[in-house]
Design a protein around this ligand. Structure first.
Ligand SMILES: *[C@@H]1O[C@H](CO)[C@@H](O)[C@H](O)[C@H]1NC(C)=O
Ligand SMILES: *[C@@H]1O[C@H](CO)[C@@H](O)[C@H](O)[C@H]1NC(C)=O
Length: 237
């Protein structure tokens, strides 16, 4: 486990340096227990780097995987510093809690809690889907819960060990996903996500009565060919 994680995060991990202004961070991988009792440390340049700790729950169609990691981080300005949760379907979600610090030696020794999520509907909705083999997916509208008030539309690659796969994901997410941009990497304990598409915008309200908004949208769709026709006529005349 340790060796595969070591190969997994090369871009983010700091190299040991003997410079004066260094910070030490706790390092651990895998389980909460391993992280609670961690004795090993890494060193990072205090001017540019810092320490991080992460606890996550990645559940795919009801199959839960929890992961924990703590380490040095080379570039303190790059990355998502707040907890992120994303729901991509019924029983399919990512919940990542991270702590970033660059204040004191071993400031990352506390193990974050795995976010528990919420099942309370918040009156918002998003197109929702997940593909782990293509960079697009067919979405359906699903209700959002808790503090997942944004809709994300992400695509990119997931690296897990030496395996790299393409993914597409749409769903409800926390506002903290706003900082995720094309080109950045999101390091979780078990995987590194790299984004080729990353939009995150406030979710729409769930229509209170299904009929009116659906009809509104339908009639607009009906109008569209008519409008296009008018436009063409105008252009041609
Ligand atoms: C979600 O899945 C659970 C168990 O698999 C099922 O009981 C529930 O009806 C599903 N909910 C929706 C909205 O599909
Ligand atoms: C993240 O972990 C911290 C420290 O254990 C905890 O106080 C906080 O509630 C956690 N955040 C989430 C979203 O679970």
């Amino acid at each position: 486990m340790v060796s595969f994680i070591c190969c997994l995060l090369p871009a983010l991990l700091a190299t040991t340096s003997a410079q004066a202004s260094t910070l030490t961070c706790k390092t651990c991988f895998d389980s909460a227990d391993a992280c609670r009792t961690a004795q090993r440390t890494c060193r990072v340049d205090k001017a540019t780097g810092g320490c991080f700790a992460v606890a996550e729950d990645i559940t795919l169609e009801g199959t839960k995987t929890t992961g924990f990691a703590s380490h040095c981080i080379d570039d303190y300005n790059m990355g998502v510093k707040d907890p992120v949760t994303v729901t991509l379907g019924n029983g399919t979600y990512l919940r990542i809690n991270t702590t970033w610090c660059n204040t004191d030696n071993n400031c990352n020794s506390a193990v974050p809690e795995v976010p528990t999520g919420s099942t309370t509907l918040n009156g918002l909705q998003c197109p929702t889907c997940l593909s782990l083999s293509a960079d697009t997916c067919d979405s359906h509208i699903a209700p959002c819960t808790g503090d997942e008030t944004y809709c994300i539309d992400f695509a990119g690659t997931i690296q897990k060990g030496s395996e790299i796969s393409t993914f597409a994901a749409k769903g409800c997410a926390t506002a903290s996903t706003k900082v995720i941009k094309v080109g950045i990497s999101l390091a979780s304990a078990l995987s590194v996500f790299t984004f080729t598409k990353a939009t995150s915008k406030p979710a729409e309200k769930t229509p209170t009565s299904g009929a009116t908004p659906a009809l509104g949208r339908f009639s607009f769709a009906l109008y569209l060919p008519g409008l296009t026709g008018l436009l063409l006529v105008k252009l041609l005349s």
